[in-house]
Design a protein around this ligand. Sequence first.
Ligand code: AHG
Ligand code: MN
Ligand code: MN
Ligand code: MN
Length: 324
Amino acid sequence: MQRLIPVLNSDHVPLHLISVINTLLTAAKEISHRLHQGSLAGTLGSTLDANIQGEVQKKLDVVSNQLIKNMLLETGLVHAVASEEEDDVVMGNPDAKYLVAYDPLDGSSNIDINGAVGTIFTILEKPDHPAEGTELFLQTGDEQLAAGYILYGPSTLLVMTTGRGVRVFTLDHTVGEFLLTVDKITIPQDTQEFGINMSNQRFWLPPMQQYIADLLAGSTGPRKKDFNMRWNAAMVSDVHRILTRSGIFSYPMDYKDPKKPCKLRLLYEAMPMSFLMEQAGGRSSTGYERIMSIQPTHIHQRVSVIMGSRNEVDTCLGYFKQHP
Ligand code: AHG
Ligand code: MN
Ligand code: MN
Ligand code: MN
């Protein structure tokens, strides 16, 4: 089985970018180790703090953020980082060109129930035009150089793209290396499985209400087939299921909290996952526009997300066209 670095070399990924990716993975191996140690490592449970999003931070949110941030900045190859757990952009080497945005621990409410969690990342380049701090990161998804996630499940997996398809690497704990286990992921275009937090149903916009109602109507409804539902409450593992066996994943806009109509963050959740989806032949949209084309205005900006098997996402988007 091929190791990660030779695979990236054969894809002509620049050496410094490979170093940045490899550094992220060194941090991920440490996070994976601590997660597997669980209570033995003394890092389960919550802190007394909240992050910029108003969420109570888990101890492992904070530890994972520090590990990734410190390791990346120590390389000298990173100009700035942006993280779910950092209020502002953190500056690194002024002469370096890479920018890394990340969700250090995705699905962190699953930590205390020993459920799957992940790390999501995207790597961008310092823009050509003069930019400072937050402005550096205000680039569309199409400008991503590399993106992916590490899924800490029964196995620890790296799923990533550098724009040449989506590959899966599995962490071999015996040698501490990520080894290539799937060369190219292609999402089936059709599906009979959806993932959405149904408890928000009454707060969704009318097109999403109607779309899901038609899925639930099953073989006697307008879709003429039965659908299965899955929700792991960790975007990494919900998206991984879709990349593995098809499906549609959505965290749509809702009216539950008027101050927070969308839950998922554009820069370090929706954008990297959309890059993976499109590279695997899937589709990703807010309902009204392609996520990869959105011009961000803030590093912690939130966005409505509908992604997965191409034909199913297109069917869903048809409902939004009918009820603009
Ligand atoms: P995070 O743990 O990084 O804050 O992200 C949590 C997100 C995402 O992973 C998941 O899809 C969603 O929250 C789950 O939300 P619900 O708790 O509403 O199901
Ligand atoms: Mn969070
Ligand atoms: Mn997350
Ligand atoms: Mn997180």
